[in-house]
Ligand binder design. Sequence first.
Ligand code: XUL
Ligand code: CO
Length: 437
Amino acid sequence: MSEYFSGIGKIQFGGPNSKNPLEFKHYNPDEVVGGKTMRDHLRFSVVYWHTFSNPLTDPFGAGTAVRPWDDGSNSVENAQRKARAAFEFFEKIQAPFYAFHDRDVAPEGATLKESHANLDAVVKIFKEEQQRTGVKLLWGTANLFSNRRYMHGAATSPNLDAFAYAGAQVKKALEVTHELGGLGYTFWGGREGYSTLLNTDMKREIDHLARFLHMAVDYKKQIGFNGPFYIEPKPKEPTKHQYDSDAAACLNFLRTYDLMPYFKLNLETNHATLAGHEMMHELQVAIDSGALGSIDANTGDPLLGWDTDQFPTSIYLTAQCMFCILNMGGFTTGGVNFDAKVRRESYEPIDLFHAHIGGMDAFARGLKIAHAIISDGRLSAFVKERYKSWDSELGRRVESGSASFADLESYILPKGDVTTNTSGRQEMLENLINEFI
Ligand code: XUL
Ligand code: CO
């Protein structure tokens, strides 16, 4: 079998003192942290679209990527070769999972039927390679945004034909995800939003989106696909306003349309940033509703206002993510999915290794730091103490819904005023976190 990343072996753990850029410094898959291996905590996943299908274009220039396995053609053979290269990469980087859109893996045909057949031809290779390597599919998805037919949206298009095409595409993507033993299936809104309200019936579009997702739920049951569905919030890009703008908006939508039992959220760091939130905020919002499923682990550039999808390198960020995820009790079906791309200037295949090694090491450190903060216990003790007034008799009655305004009045009147506030100690807590970084 051909080797596409020749000269690069399986990436090994070299330890924190290693100076070899092609070794992990912190990600040691078998190392146990808090009773579980790093492999099982982090559940790393490589994305097909950025790592294997992105030519590294930007709005001002053509692609720069050099990819020896890609002959530049739109053929199925080329896609099949790319599949072999992808699995070689997954194996060498020690990623237990991957994720893809239908159109990343196989070329779109002249008809939908032809596109389905092209997809099947590559899925055949995926099956063989999954068998050979043990790498699993974290989630599948359908690309309902690149083709011009989706210019007005897919499930929210004013044109029923686009809605129908999208339904047929998701039907096939679900079948393929199921066939590959995928653990979940993701819906990212793509073009589900608007550029102007002047031409948009927002209520009707959102109702249609809910109908579309209910049809997906029905079909999932019909084919016996047991994995969760994920919704991936994003506030803008490509549209001015995306209906799934952030975690709270998604949860409101899911509750309004009785979809909560079937969906969890797949949260992406750069999308949180675009929404004006910290990733920790988005994670906590989802966790508090029992709805965090998986994460797309990347980062933006604070000086650029768009979705730059960079590999995560900030240990503060990864520690915050892992703090939330550990407190939740860890992933079940989800994982740390690197929805990230190398910079346009990093055009060589070896850069894909540097990027993933950096992201995996950053998350390994984040995991250890979060575990240490939780084991130390001072932070959670502080938070518990901050709310201790609620552990009183009146506090308990308020929380259980058995107190009234009159009760509050008769409690506070004799006290005269609020004289019991204590400091929030933000700076002290920030110092505490830095003890562990
Ligand atoms: C777009 C994005 C998507 C989803 C899958 O910003 O994050 O790649 O992750 O459709
Ligand atoms: Co994403």
